[in-house]
Design a protein around this ligand. Structure first.
Ligand code: ADP
Ligand code: MG
Length: 247
């Protein structure tokens, strides 16, 4: 099959943990430039799906193609290099370093020859950092120690660190958990800006937020897709109301 229009094509994907299928013959296509939101009850397999796509967990069977290239046997760091960035639920920034330094060490070259924390910062890197702090709304905090940022700002910094790698597909697991109302609004705007130039998969529970950002919503349940389509469509789907929205 040739899926040239899809940035991501997941087909018949299954992973078993001791016989329990956390992902069960799941098929999912994401278009280039799409902002896809995945919702579903706890334990549905949402995080596991991202683990499989980024290579943290290995599939039992099935296929994951990114830009038509098979990813299921690829090493995690090669998947990153291929253009897939993934943000975990807990932020992993260097609290004792400035915003600038955190972004600098996230530039792909920084990790190769001299190790993560020591390499000379070129004009190219500086320009990238400047455009990213503007995008994530932290340009006035460029030299602030990251540990002093608000919870929301730390999340944005981590998104910025992923953007330093210039991924074509960015995956975020519950990015607004613990954020204030204002931070949620700003995050919605940020994700919409990011999605102008790349594809995004976002796992989220907050329905107001989902409604605001999603091009298309995928509802997962028991490792399978329960429903997929516009927010309007899935919100009114009796199956979805029954297992998820009704609670
Ligand atoms: P969600 O993110 O939708 O809440 P998860 O993907 O975290 O769901 O979990 C899906 C199911 O798979 C859960 O029942 C969870 O306990 C199980 N699971 C996830 N990872 C593992 C693992 N490494 N070993 C065993 N079971 C796992
Ligand atoms: Mg999860």
């Amino acid at each position: 099959m040739s899926n040239t229009d899809f940035v991501l094509a997941v087909e018949d994907l299954t992973v078993s943990f001791d016989g329990f299928k956390a992902i069960d013959a799941l098929t999912l296509y994401v278009n280039r430039g799409e902002l896809r939101v995945i919702i579903g009850p706890n334990g549905a397999g949402k995080t596991t799906l991202l683990d499989l796509i980024c290579g943290k967990t290995r599939a039992s069977s099935g296929s994951i193609k990114f830009k038509n290239k098979e990813m299921t046997k690829m090493q995690e760091h090669k998947i990153v290099r291929a253009g897939i960035g993934r943000k975990f639920q807990t932020p992993s920034i260097y609290e004792n370093l400035s915003v600038f330094k955190n972004l600098e060490v996230s530039f792909p070259r920084g990790r190769s020859v001299f190790g993560a924390l020591s390499f000379s910062c070129t004009d190219e890197v500086k320009a990238r950092i400047q455009s990213i702090v503007e995008e994530i709304g932290l340009k006035d905090q460029l030299h602030t120690e990251s540990g002093l940022l608000s919870h929301g700002q730390k999340q944005w910094l981590e998104i910025g660190m992923l953007l330093m790698q210039d991924p074509e597909l960015l995956m975020l697991d519950e990015p607004i958990a613990g954020m204030s109302v204002r931070e949620r609004e700003l995050t919605a705007e940020l994700l919409q800006r990011i999605a102008k130039n790349r594809s995004l998969i976002v796992i989220e529970h907050d329905m107001e937020f989902v409604k605001r950002i999603a091009d298309k919503v995928t509802v997962m349940h028991q490792g399978k897709i329960l429903a997929e389509g516009s927010m309007d469509k899935v919100q009114n789907d009796p199956k979805v109301i029954d297992v998820y929205l009704g609670h």
